[in-house]
Design a protein around this ligand. Structure first.
Ligand code: NZQ
Ligand code: ZN
Length: 386
């Protein structure tokens, strides 16, 4: 294994129906001026907003509202949040939502503490923020695992880039399956595919060896696949949903990344596609993954063959690594069809070839990819997925 240091700062509360009591306990020790951050309105429809608002009032907090955080959160929204934090002397951010709300708040937490523009600070000055407004996350849709780490993905509209920024780790995160029961099923499935994608992107980082990290990863992948199938049988299956919630956390809490290189090339392509189209993250990944893997499996055939066998149960006997590897990639493609995610960009309403060209020309090329992809090749691949 590669050398590593590991420590984990986020306290996790995991359980069905634990939100209200946990919030009462945690908020008692937190600052008085609270930023209540949420998305486009689902929290109001589900009644969660009212419950949390009441708990905050009962805990004696001054509440500043920061709603309307959109899927694929924008840098302008981050700046709006940072302004609110400064104007209201916020000393605690409570993020209630999915990856978009959590990502936006992690960066608001950092931007509010520095004068400089955070994008320039990180991309031009190559500095990382070190001071943060403390925050907690109430997860309402799982899949990204955003609440587990301090990375965020933000769309800078003027620059036409959806790129990573470093922000705060949450002090704590509440993972309560009850809150996810109202998520539209399409979003549940695309979120769970995001989890599977994180596992695969981590697993296939090259160079890599097959160590304990990869063996845990294979288990998380098998569990994710099994529980997505269980949800297709019964969308109300709370056991399956809670397992998927923990799979999502496991894929992004750092455990699967220890001692190895990661890849994330499919993510980098999808993020740039989203900069131009605002597409759904998990759905975009579903189209991109098989296309990328059909192009790179021969460059890392032993690892792809092992994955085919361990994750998809492909028989190995007498076949070459390349054959087994490709069978696994096709099993992934069949699974994507089985769970009803898109296999083409047309199904997602994306048909503009110019978007494919711009995405290919501007996406990050990752050092851990089995083979460094050429930009023309990425364009061809995206166009073939039309
Ligand atoms: O905005 P509202 O009205 O709340 O509706 C949301 C949104 O439309 C809805 N929703 C959330 N909880 C709900 C609910 N609807 C009903 N009931 C509930 N309980 O679900 C929709 C999607 O929410 P969003 O937060 O956008 O989804 P997700 O969690 O998939 O987050 C996607 C964002 O996370 C980034 C993605 O790029 C994307 O911007 N990612 C962040 C990562 C990280 N920081 O580690 C890793 C990922 O790879 C990913 O890139
Ligand atoms: Zn993702």
């Amino acid at each position: 294994m590669n050398p590593f240091n590991y420590s984990y700062p986020v306290k996790i509360y995991f359980g069905d129906g634990i939100t209200e009591q946990t919030l009462e306990t945690e908020l008692a020790n937190k600052g008085k001026n609270t930023l209540l951050a949420y998305g486009g309105g689902s929290v109001k429809k589900t009644g969660l907003y009212d419950k949390i608002h009441k708990i905050l009032l009962n805990s004696g907090k001054n509440i500043s509202d920061f709603g309307g955080i959109m899927p694929n959160p924008t840098y302008a929204k981050v700046q709006e949040g940072a302004r609110l934090v400064r104007e209201n002397n916020i000393d605690f951010i409570l993020a209630v939502g999915g990856g978009s709300v959590s990502d936006c708040c992690k960066v608001v937490s950092a931007q509010a503490k520095i004068e400089e523009d955070l994008w320039d600070y990180e991309y031009t000055l190559k500095k990382q923020p070190e001071e943060f407004i403390p925050m907690g996350v109430v997860v309402t849709v799982s899949g990204t695992g955003s609440e587990q780490n301090n990375g965020a993905v933000i769309t800078h509209e003027e620059k036409q880039v959806k790129g990573p920024l470093w922000g705060a780790f949450a002090d704590w995160a509440i993972l309560d399956v009850e809150l996810t029961m109202t998520v539209p099923f399409k979003q549940v499935v695309s979120g769970t595919f995001d989890t599977l994608s994180h596992c695969m992107e981590t697993y296939f980082g090259k160079p890599g060896d097959n160590n304990v990290t990869d063996e845990i990863n294979e288990s998380v992948q098998r569990n994710t696949i099994r529980n997505i199938r269980a949800l297709l049988e019964n969308p109300e299956d709370r056991t399956a949903r809670s397992e998927l919630m923990w799979d999502s956390a496991m894929a992004e809490n750092g455990i699967l990344k220890l001692g190895k290189q990661t890849d994330f090339q499919c993510h980098m392509i999808e993020h740039q596609l989203a900069a131009y189209t605002d597409c759904n993250h998990g759905a975009g990944l579903a189209v991109i993954h098989p296309a990328v893997y059909r192009r790179i499996y021969e460059d890392y055939a032993p690892k792809f063959a092992r994955w085919s066998s361990e994750v998809w149960g492909i028989a190995v006997d007498g076949k070459t690594d390349e054959t087994v590897a490709l069978e696994g990639v096709e099993a992934l493609a069949a699974f994507i069809r089985e769970i009803g995610l898109p296999c083409t960009f047309t199904e997602m309403g994306i048909t503009d070839k110019d978007v494919f060209r711009k995405t290919a020309d501007s996406c990050i090329l990752t050092p851990g990819c089995a083979r460094k992809l050429d930009r023309n090749e990425i364009y061809q691949m995206l166009a073939e997925c039309e």
